[in-house]
Design a protein around this ligand. Sequence first.
Ligand SMILES: NC(=O)c1ccc[n+]([C@@H]2O[C@H](COP(=O)([O-])OP(=O)(O)OC[C@H]3O[C@@H](n4cnc5c(N)ncnc54)[C@H](O)[C@@H]3O)[C@@H](O)[C@H]2O)c1
Length: 375
Amino acid sequence: MIIGIPRERKQGESRVAMTPDGTDELTKNGHLVLIETNAGLLSGFSNEEYVNAGGVIVESLEEVWGRADIIVKVKEPSKEEIPLFRPGLTVFCFLHLAAFPELTKEMVDRGITGLDYDLVMLDDGRLPLLEPMSIIAGKLSIQCGAYALQADQGGCGLLLGGSLGVAPARVVVIGAGVVGACAVRIAQGMGAEVTVLDIDTAKLSQFANNINPARTVFSTPSSLERELVAADLVIGAVLIPGALAPKLIKRSYLEGMKNGAVIVDVCIDQGGISETSRPTSHAEPTYVEDGVIHYCVPNMPALVPRTSTKALTSATLPYITMIAEYGVENAIQNSVPLRRSLTSFKGNLTNPVIGKELGMASLSKEETEKMLIAN
Ligand SMILES: NC(=O)c1ccc[n+]([C@@H]2O[C@H](COP(=O)([O-])OP(=O)(O)OC[C@H]3O[C@@H](n4cnc5c(N)ncnc54)[C@H](O)[C@@H]3O)[C@@H](O)[C@H]2O)c1
């Protein structure tokens, strides 16, 4: 199979979808890996390392997309890449389609087989391709939030851990999943006073028995609004797979918040948790709305590409290997976790949750399975 790895186009995106080690494994199994020139540079991988691993460097985006059977990327296809779509081509990356109606329509209308990293789901509900990026984004959320609180960054000048005779800052984490758990751990490590909210009490229970337990609160609109009043730093970390993030922070709640408080809306890649959130970029990560600083970067792990690229490739490689070995359609049929990630196939949207969000017709799970068997 021919696997194409383009250089990422999103602003500030420094990750690449394949390491030289991953390339080596695929080429040793007889596959051709095309890497766009300099695609790995910002992650610390030279063209030469890919060539030594058996990969082939190609000069243009057009050539990668034109020759490959499957495009493996990090983030959703960019405006430059959409014209390169062709029927039957498979695209495997973070798609976040509920946040991108036009991209979704192009993928469906132009016959792309879409596989979303975000939606590869194991039987126990774990999301093995999102998880390593969520660990990184969760840890970074506190680092970025602490930086935004600094006076030189326009923040209110608070140190998370406080000092002698000065109380620590209050961090409120909304969502106790992978991002939330990492954010809690780092915030506690920096000496902050931490509260975590979720609607799943089993998720909250993981914090109760720690040596350093975080305050846990069952999330309702009223309890959330109350917690926000005292917060210095708020982390948005909820997820409903495939759907847009629920707008749990209403614009009116900001009036009750402290002037100069910070919201790091990690779930901005799924539309964001606050009515006042809009995507920003690494070049200009924050803006102020109603006196509250918003950090809304949808590709936070790109801040640490040497860690993120290796973590991402370790997680994706088994699935890419499976697709390369068995072909896309057999792999989707044989692997339930991979089948759950299918978003478009042969001109159809195949994820009803995305269909509902975007008001588009979608095949049901059963209809998709029937179509896969018929092929
Ligand atoms: N910005 C970035 O760079 C970046 C990177 C990685 C992950 N993310 C995003 O971070 C978010 C969280 O990811 P995760 O891996 O931690 O997901 P997860 O599934 O592990 O956790 C999500 C949590 O949200 C909780 N939740 C759902 N609805 C809720 C509600 N109404 N109120 C309170 N809690 C609710 C769930 O119970 C769960 O505990 C996702 O949107 C993901 O896409 C963003």
